[in-house]
Design a binder for this molecule. Structure first.
Ligand SMILES: NC(=O)c1ccc[n+]([C@@H]2O[C@H](COP(=O)([O-])OP(=O)(O)OC[C@H]3O[C@@H](n4cnc5c(N)ncnc54)[C@H](OP(=O)(O)O)[C@@H]3O)[C@@H](O)[C@H]2O)c1
Length: 245
C-alpha cells in the first residue's frame, strides 16, 4: 500500500516497541507526523531521533489520566494540533486464571482497557478540531475469540476494548471522529519478553517468532485506515499470519 497521510498529526501510544514502533515509522514514511508515547523516556528519545523531524517524544504512562492529558497537550503544541490517536500500548500476562495473580489481571485491565479510555479522553478536545479525525485502537484476535485458557483474562480485556470502541464509534460519529479497531493474531514483537517463567517465556517467544506477523504488516493497515477519505470509517481490520495455527 503506498498511501499518503499528507502531514496528518498522529499520537501513538506504545511507540517504542513492536506494533506501536512500526506504526510510528509507517506514519512518518507516509508523510505524517507523530507524537510518541510510552513510559521509558530514553527509549522514546532514541525512537524520536531515529524518525527525525516528523517525530516528538512525550513520555507518559497511559494508566495515569493526568499524565496522558499533559502529554497530549505537549504533543498538540509541538505539532500544531492532532488529527489522530493510535492506542497500541498493551500488556499480556499469560496463564490460566488459577495460575495468574490479581496484580496480573489488574495490570492487563489498567493498561489495555483504562489506558485506551484515558488516551481517547485526553485527546478528544484536540480531535474535535480536526477533519477528518481518527481513533485507532489496537485490540487483538483475542478480542474476537478466546484462543486458549492461558489467554483468558487478556482476551477479556481485549473483548472490553472491542465493546468500548463500538460505543465510542457511535458516540463520536456525529462529531466526525472515526473509530477503527485493529485485531491482529500473533505478531513478532517483544511482548512476551517480560514473562518471568523461563519455559512459558521461551514457548511464547518461539510462537510469535515462527507464527507471528511482521509488525510492519499491521502498521500498513493502520496507515490504510488513517488514509480513508473523509466520511469513510473502517470499523475493524482483523489480520493474521498464514503461519498461525
Ligand atoms: N504481539 C502480539 O502477538 C500481539 C497480538 C495482538 C495484539 N497485540 C496488541 O498490540 C499492542 C502492542 O503490542 P506489542 O506486541 O507491540 O507489545 P510490545 O512490543 O511489548 O510494546 C508495548 C509498548 O507499550 C508500551 N507500554 C506498556 N505499558 C505502558 C503504559 N502503562 N503506558 C504507556 N506505554 C506503555 C511499552 O513501552 P514502555 O514499557 O516504555 O511503557 C511499549 O512501547 C498491545 O495492545 C497488544 O495487546 C499484540
Amino acid at each position: 500500500m503506498s498511501e499518503t497521510l499528507n502531514g496528518r498529526r498522529v499520537l501513538v501510544t506504545g511507540a517504542t516497541s513492536g506494533i506501536g514502533a512500526a506504526i510510528a515509522e509507517a506514519v512518518v514514511a507516509a508523510g505524517g507526523r507523530v507524537a510518541l508515547v510510552a513510559r521509558s523516556a530514553d527509549d522514546l528519545a532514541r525512537q524520536a531521533e531515529r524518525l527525525g523531524d516528523g517525530a516528538v517524544a512525550v513520555p507518559a504512562d497511559v494508566t495515569d489520566a493526568d499524565a496522558i492529558a499533559a502529554a497530549v497537550e505537549q504533543a498538540a503544541e509541538h505539532l500544531g494540533g492532532l488529527d489522530a490517536v493510535v492506542c497500541s500500548a498493551g500488556v499480556v500476562h499469560p496463564g490460566g486464571i488459577l495460575e495468574t495473580t490479581p496484580s496480573d489481571w489488574q495490570s492487563m485491565f489498567d493498561v489495555n482497557v483504562l489506558g485506551v479510555l484515558n488516551t481517547v479522553h485526553g485527546t478528544l478536545d484536540r480531535l474535535r478540531e480536526a477533519d477528518p479525525a481518527d481513533v485507532v485502537v489496537v485490540s487483538s484476535m483475542s478480542g474476537r475469540r478466546r484462543s486458549s485458557v492461558a489467554m483468558g483474562v487478556y482476551a477479556a480485556s481485549k473483548f472490553a476494548v472491542h465493546v468500548v470502541s463500538d460505543s465510542l464509534r457511535e458516540e463520536l460519529a456525529p462529531e466526525g471522529v472515526r473509530v477503527t479497531v485493529i485485531s491482529p493474531g500473533f505478531v513478532d514483537t517483544p511482548i512476551f519478553d517480560h514473562v518471568a517463567d523461563d519455559e512459558t517465556r521461551a514457548r511464547y517467544q518461539e510462537t510469535v517468532s515462527t507464527q507471528g506477523l511482521d509488525p510492519a504488516a499491521v502498521a500498513a493497515n493502520v496507515v490504510h485506515a488513517l488514509a480513508q477519505p473523509a466520511g469513510v470509517n473502517l470499523v475493524e481490520i482483523a489480520i493474521m499470519s498464514t503461519n498461525q495455527g
